[in-house]
Design a protein around this ligand. Structure first.
Ligand code: SF4
Length: 154
């Protein structure tokens, strides 16, 4: 027995209203004006995916939280689990936008990345670390965030 769902395509501003008939694991989409909508409707009806956007705690930084997002989509049904995994993460400057904060989140093949730079609260706060090279990874995209992130918020 098939089930019909109505979803709005968000692939472009036109916002086509899609009707998706799901029968077993197969979806039949109507109402789409282009192939992107057909693919979106089928995905949304069978296995909806979302990009996770949130913030993590920052210490020793000019701001108390760092905005982050996944660099790809993850299953909608695993968003709460992902948020729980991210919750204990604490980052410290310096970090650059695009730096990886959590690699391979939940083993789903997507990374959590910074969407903004994270600078020290004061220049003197990180001078010894930068001099020693411990926190001197700024600019090494893809690895600096890992160096600046750690689990276990106090
Ligand atoms: S079906 Fe195509 S034209 Fe319609 S909203 Fe989706 S992407 Fe845009």
């Amino acid at each position: 027995m098939s089930e019909t769902k109505v979803v709005t395509c968000i692939e472009c501003p036109r916002g086509c209203r899609l009707s998706v008939s799901v029968d077993g694991g197969a979806a039949t989409v109507t109402g789409h004006a282009c192939p992107k909508g057909e693919a979106y409707g089928a995905q949304e009806a069978i296995s909806p995916m979302r990009t996770l956007t949130t913030t993590v705690v920052a210490e020793g930084a000019a701001t108390r939280r760092l905005p982050v997002r996944t660099d790809g989509e993850l299953p909608l049904g695993r968003l709460l689990e992902a948020m729980a995994a991210i919750d204990p993460v604490v980052v410290r400057p310096p970090l650059r936008r695009g730096d990886v904060i959590v690699r391979d989140l939940l083993g789903l093949g997507v990374d959590l990345v910074a969407t903004d730079d994270l600078v020290p609260a004061t220049p003197s706060a990180t001078a010894p670390l930068a001099a020693s090279g411990i926190a001197g990874a700024a600019g090494t995209t893809g690895t600096a965030g890992t160096a600046g992130a750690e689990g276990g918020r106090p």
